[in-house]
Ligand binder design. Structure first.
Ligand code: ZN
Length: 190
């Protein structure tokens, strides 16, 4: 297990547009090791996803996984997914306000996300994938793809006054958010 240090907001690497991974790079053992380390780092921190620039490598790689996550108990499960060079496209106009957190930002806040997206990416074996994704799963993918463009959720806040620490979120906002988002997840199915 190799857990790497996570870059925190203010580190310029988080504001860098990550570069595409070439086929040759993807076959390089160092890249495969990076992917394994990103998975370990995400799991160690109980994150729902992590992008390579969050471990200070500005390449277009992200990993996502939601199991029984104590950090995000309302999120539907997502099997471990490795995204290489993901390209994301909104489908339709529907949006939802999601209260998000990030391993690189010690706060949470409300962000508007597309409810339906098309996601194209390569797996770690180089195979190409195309998925239609919905709801909080789609929101998680939008958060990770934003990282690869040097963007953080705080750039997309619906209102800066929604920012809170995790502790204050638990005390004052959690119940209302979980009630609203659970209803949303029941409707959208993910
Ligand atoms: Zn993040």
């Amino acid at each position: 297990m190799a857990v790497r240090p996570i870059a925190m907001i203010g580190d310029p690497v988080l504001r860098t547009r990550a570069v595409e991974v070439t086929e040759e790079e993807l076959g390089d053992p160092a890249t495969q090791q990076l992917i394994d380390d990103m998975i370990d780092t995400m799991r160690h921190a109980n994150g729902a996803g992590i992008a390579a620039n969050q471990v200070s490598v500005p390449k277009r790689i992200a990993v996502v996984e939601v199991g029984d996550n104590p950090r995000y108990p309302y999120k539907p499960r997502i099997p471990l997914t490795v995204l290489i060079n993901p390209v994301l496209e909104p489908v339709g106009d529907e949006t939802v306000v999601v209260n998000e957190g990030c391993l690189s930002v010690p706060l949470r806040g409300d962000v508007t996300r597309h409810v339906h997206i098309r996601l194209r990416y390569l797996g770690r074996d180089g195979a190409s994938h195309e998925n239609l994704l919905h709801g909080l799963t789609a929101a998680t993918m939008q958060h990770e793809c934003d990282h690869l463009d040097g963007r953080l959720f705080v750039d997309r806040l619906t209102d800066p006054r929604t920012l809170s620490t995790w502790e204050e979120f638990e005390l004052h906002q959690r119940d209302a958010f979980v009630a609203r988002i659970t209803e949303f997840v029941d409707r959208v199915g993910s």
